[in-house]
Design a protein around this ligand. Structure first.
Ligand SMILES: [Zn+2]
Ligand SMILES: [Zn+2]
Length: 250
């Protein structure tokens, strides 16, 4: 991390980019390392303390007046992906942050997002210390599996943003395990949940043996159809437990 911090400071000195959210000049080691000023970064500390909110035990979205589980999750019945942890709503400043990273080529932000994923991973495992989610029931600890992008999408944007996060997480010593390959399918954008589920059926294949427990990770969750398709491929191949972490929920 020291070398990264050094290069970040040199970069910011010669090619000042400023804070990705407010444009403020970046000073100091942490600010240049993450590409965000201290006050903006503070606003992303959702995970620092329990915030008094209740979250859906299935999809992770904040609950409004429901108890334990949100309405859509109640209606959709059983899922292959047993529990999803989400971090930020995909709107406002949060959406802007992902946009700067994904489309603005601000790769520095990847480090920040990878740290948030790591926090979520640690929390997910800690939440299961009582065995509530059944992760402990499986022999080995869950491996982090990145959700692969659609083949065409990668070429269009020039890089795979989730794969870059996977690289950073691996460097941090997390158990990253790439075992999924995605076959071509139609763009999901205009499809509803049912259509998405159909569109993605058998579109994910395993490239390596299926581990007993998996935590999938992706940048944005919309209907959850992608996670279901990944979970389906994994469970067909023998995985017992599938969980997921998504940085943003739509
Ligand atoms: Zn800022
Ligand atoms: Zn839910």
């Amino acid at each position: 991390m020291k070398i990264q911090a050094f290069f970040a400071q040199v970069r910011e000195f010669f090619f000042p980019r400023g804070c990705a959210l407010c444009g403020e000049t970046l000073t100091g080691r942490e600010e240049t390392l993450y590409g965000l000023c201290d006050p903006c970064r503070e606003e992303f500390n959702l995970f620092a303390e329990a915030d008094g909110m209740d979250y859906c035990d299935r999809c992770g979205r904040p609950l409004i007046s429901e108890i334990d589980r949100c309405l859509p999750c109640r209606e959709q019945g059983e899922r292959l992906c047993e529990r999803t942890a989400v971090i930020y709503p995909y709107s406002g400043k949060y959406r802007k942050l992902l946009g700067e990273y994904k489309f603005g080529g601000n790769i520095t932000l990847g480090l920040f997002l990878a740290e948030k994923l790591k926090e979520a991973y640690t929390r997910l495992l800690a939440a299961d210390s009582g065995g509530a989610m059944g992760i402990g029931a499986v022999q080995s600890s869950p491996l982090l599996v990145p959700v692969p992008p659609r083949p065409g999408k990668w070429r269009k944007t020039g890089w795979d943003q989730v794969e870059y996060l996977a690289r950073l997480l691996k460097r941090e010593g997390l158990p990253v395990y790439r075992c999924l390959k995605r076959l071509p399918s139609l763009s999901q954008k205009k499809l509803n949940r049912e259509e998405r589920l159909r569109n993605l059926r058998d579109r994910f294949v395993l490239t390596r043996p299926a581990p007993p427990a998996v935590i999938l990770f992706d940048d944005v969750i919309t209907t959850g159809a992608t996670l279901e398709a990944c979970a389906g491929a994994l469970k067909n191949a023998g995985t017992e437990k599938v969980y997921a972490i998504c940085l943003f929920y739509d």
